[in-house]
Design a protein around this ligand. Structure first.
Ligand SMILES: Nc1ncnc2c1ncn2[C@@H]1O[C@H](COP(=O)(O)OP(=O)(O)OP(=O)(O)O)[C@@H](O)[C@H]1O
Ligand SMILES: [Mg+2]
Length: 269
């Protein structure tokens, strides 16, 4: 099978203007259609890395998106194809109403008024904010702001969906619905999160970052069942959550499944 790269990052270094070295030589390849989780402790450089995917930050090294180098003349095209949801929804929402925020992308893409209204309606429906389109984002709860921020990129039908902590502050049902929504979306996805079960649910592959570097990269089960690796990089699975490998070799989760596997294999001994 021919793999076309969605993201190619080679030797990326970035230091913030105050001198903080945030990325210290990151290499990352993501193929079209992949769903990749990025995990790691606070300050590892995860958000900084994401900000390089649509040129908000430009460090030293090479970043290509769908084959296009992230340089000034390609930014318009790259930002049309990459939907980046920021960690802090207040960075994403700046218009007088939720409608205007979600309409901003499709409007810039030159869609007709009807098409824009349709795209906004669909995106707000998907994140469960139907009926709140006339509200100001200032007056939404934090979880509702997270959902609105996600809607602002869904309305653009991105080819690469980049989410920074999408499940934080969502109530359990909204979190599950977001997870199911992502599983149903066949676009390329990169998800930064501290929610390791969310990675099991949504990603085949996980990248662990620490101190501005990629320290592990592989199949979710193999990486996240490596207790020493998790320990070394400040990662912990939630209490009561045991990753196990499902029948088809993919990651499965939870005490119930583990118990079932133990029962199924009990007679074999
Ligand atoms: N605007 C900024 N100016 C200076 N330093 C910054 C800035 N933003 C982040 N940093 C620093 O860069 C490093 C990487 O930060 P980054 O936000 O990428 O981490 P992160 O992995 O996303 O962490 P978290 O899990 O807390 O979101 C940290 O040391 C942080 O203090
Ligand atoms: Mg971050």
């Amino acid at each position: 099978m021919h793999h076309r790269p969605a993201v190619e990052i080679k030797g990326l270094f970035y230091a913030y203007p105050d001198g903080t070295p945030a990325l210290r030589g990151v290499d990352l390849l993501v193929d079209e259609g992949e769903s990749v989780g990025i995990v790691g402790p606070n300050g590892a450089g995860k958000s900084t890395l994401l900000l390089h995917l649509n040129g908000i930050l430009q460090g030293r090294g090479e970043v290509k998106i769908f084959g296009l180098p992230v340089v000034k003349e390609n930014l318009r095209e790259i930002r049309r194809r990459v939907g980046l949801v920021f960690q802090d929804p207040d960075d994403q929402l700046f218009s007088p109403t939720v409608f205007d925020d979600v309409a901003f992308g499709p409007m810039n893409m030159g869609l007709s008024r009807e098409e824009v209204v349709e795209a906004v309606k669909r995106a707000l429906g998907v994140v469960g904010l139907t009926g709140l389109d006339r509200k100001s984002a200032f007056h939404l709860s934090f979880g509702q702001k997270k959902r609105a921020a996600i809607a602002t990129v869904l309305s653009m039908n991105p080819d690469l969906l980049v989410l920074d902590e999408p499940s934080s502050n969502l109530d359990p049902r909204a979190r599950r619905e977001l997870s199911e929504l992502l599983q149903g979306m066949k676009v390329t996805k990169i998800v930064v999160t501290h929610d390791l079960p969310f990675v099991f649910e949504n990603c085949e592959r996980v990248v662990v970052m620490d101190e501005g570097r990629v320290v592990a990269d592989g199949e979710v089960f193999s990486v996240l069942s490596d207790e020493d690796l998790l320990e070394r990089h400040g990662l912990e699975l939630p209490y009561g959550f045991y990753p196990i490998r499902g029948e088809n070799g993919s990651a499965a989760k939870g005490r119930k499944e583990r118990k079932k596997v133990e029962e199924d294999t009990a007679g074999d001994i």
